[in-house]
Design a protein around this ligand. Structure first.
Ligand SMILES: Cc1cc2nc3c(=O)[nH]c(=O)nc-3n(C[C@H](O)[C@H](O)[C@H](O)COP(=O)(O)OP(=O)(O)OC[C@H]3O[C@@H](n4cnc5c(N)ncnc54)[C@H](O)[C@@H]3O)c2cc1C
Length: 423
């Protein structure tokens, strides 16, 4: 790399990292090195559709290398950064070390079990493609097993799906699993009636979709219930065992428990000596800069940005994307000795889909519910997908499953003897 160019190292090519890359692309003053432990950029908001067999993994993921082909100053390396030497300005990954002038940490978040790590082995999380495929396999396998057993009473816990966490991911999963079992696959089995499937959504707090208004939350609950989902609010989980979920007044027996209750900063933040909050999010100032190091910027889910706010900015993609673009421009300004201005978040609102023809969307005072909200949700999720091919394949899958009531990706990839089944 040339001596007079500044070197920007970006850890993570997710929502935030990608915006840094795109903004610095072909800027002759910078060499950009991107290190990611995944070889693809992932559109996480549609992971639940891979988990419920609506979409295939390749519909929502795109190789990072293919996004950056035209950016001559951008180099991609496939590796997991395990240590950062802030004093020497070096990152370590696999057996390599790279130095930086500016470091952007865009490492995202991981699933949090709120101090109960033992629940990880009893539940299925949803954070990456591997997780989504594990959920898909478990759902499809549980139906196959129930079909073998052919007795409803014995297979009841196989056909009971429990989702913990009533945020957008929990709501979307619950609606989608209900649709899959009650409509899409119902005619495909002979011994069982998949319409007998139970789906329970558990939320510790008083309402679903905490970030939304009371009316959107009530609407969502009513619509989920009309689709056969049992919604339990004010129901903190006390324990999760091999047989099910323990609540204060009952135990729900289930072989498929999905954890959608929370996230914390990625492992890298935990490993490095840098100031962070209790959820492992790195503390940043109004310039998205680590409060410890002037040349280290932290964006998206990895950061705790709360300067001038009552609470940290939420872990959503618009925050990561806006911070990514901001930090790239900030680095360009710093390099040119120009004046810098603090980051300001523009809140574009919230959306969550409940299922076919129903969603809630809030943009300031504007509240959309039902089919209008659903079309809004479809449009936004198509527009923000990365890559034309992915947009088209997602659109085709959606139209096909809407018109035919079928789900295209109901594959169990392993042969039966290769599987270890939760049963
Ligand atoms: C199931 C689900 C549904 C969601 N739905 C929505 C939604 O509807 N709307 C919305 O706005 N947001 C949604 N989100 C949240 C949104 O996806 C995140 O806020 C967004 O991805 C954050 O962007 P980021 O760049 O901070 O992190 P990410 O996009 O997660 O990217 C982090 C990147 O860093 C890489 N990485 C991590 N650690 C290392 C390391 N040590 N070394 C190298 N690479 C590393 C990862 O591989 C990854 O590519 C959802 C999230 C999930 C999990």
């Amino acid at each position: 790399m040339s001596q007079n160019k500044k070197k920007v190292v970006i850890i993570g090519a997710g929502f935030g990292g990608l915006q840094v890359i795109k903004t610095l692309a072909n800027d002759k003053n910078f060499e950009v090195l991107v290190i990611d432990k995944k070889n693809h950029h992932l559109f996480q908001p549609l992971l639940y559709q891979v988990a419920t067999a609506v979409l295939s993994p390749a519909d929502i993921a795109i190789p990072t290398r293919s996004i950056t082909t035209k950016y001559k100053n951008v180099k991609i390396l496939f590796g997991e950064v395990t240590d950062i030497n802030f004093k020497n300005k070096e990152v370590k990954f696999q057996n390599y070390t790279e130095s930086y002038d500016y470091l952007v940490m865009a490492t995202g978040a991981k699933t949090s079990y709120f101090g109960n790590p033992q629940w990880q082995n009893k539940t299925l999380g949803l954070k990456n493609l591997k997780d989504a495929l594990a959920i898909r396999r478990q759902i499809l396998l549980s139906f196959e097993q129930a079909e073998l057993i052919a007795d409803y009473e014995t297979s009841k816990s196989l056909m009971h799906y429990v989702i913990i966490g009533g945020g957008p991911t929990g709501v979307e999963l619950a609606g989608s699993i209900a649709e899959l079992s009650h409509n899409i696959i119902r005619k495909d089995f002979r011994n069982i009636d998949s319409g007998m499937t139970k789906v329970t959504l558990i939320e510790a707090g008083p309402k679903l979709l905490n970030a939304f208004s009371e009316s959107s939350s009530q609407f969502t609950k009513k619509k989920l219930e009309s689709r056969g989902v049992e919604v339990l609010t004010n129901s903190p989980v006390l324990d999760i065992t091999d047989s099910g979920v323990v609540l204060k007044d009952r135990t729900i027996e289930s072989k498929t428990i999905i954890w959608a209750a929370g996230v914390e900063g990625s492992d890298l933040a935990k490993k490095t000596s840098i100031n962070k909050d209790k959820a492992n999010r790195i503390l940043v100032d109004e310039y998205c800069r680590s409060i410890d190091h002037n040349d280290v910027f932290v964006i998206g889910d990895a950061a705790n940005f709360s300067k001038g706010l009552n609470r940290p900015l939420p872990g959503v993609s618009p925050v990561a994307m806006q911070q990514g673009r901001y930090v790239a421009k900030l680095i360009q300004s710093i390099d040119k000795g120009k004046k810098t201005i603090p980051f300001q978040y523009f809140d574009k609102g919230n959306m969550a889909t409940i299922g076919r023809t129903d969603a809630v969307a809030e943009f300031g005072a504007l509240r959309l519910k039902g089919i209008i909200g659903w079309f809004g949700w479809l449009f936004v999720h198509l527009v923000y997908q990365v890559g034309f091919k992915n947009k088209m394949s997602t659109l085709i899958s959606w139209v096909w499953s809407y018109l035919t009531f079928r789900a295209g990706s109901r594959l169990i990839q392993e042969e039966v003897n290769d599987l270890s089944v939760r049963s």
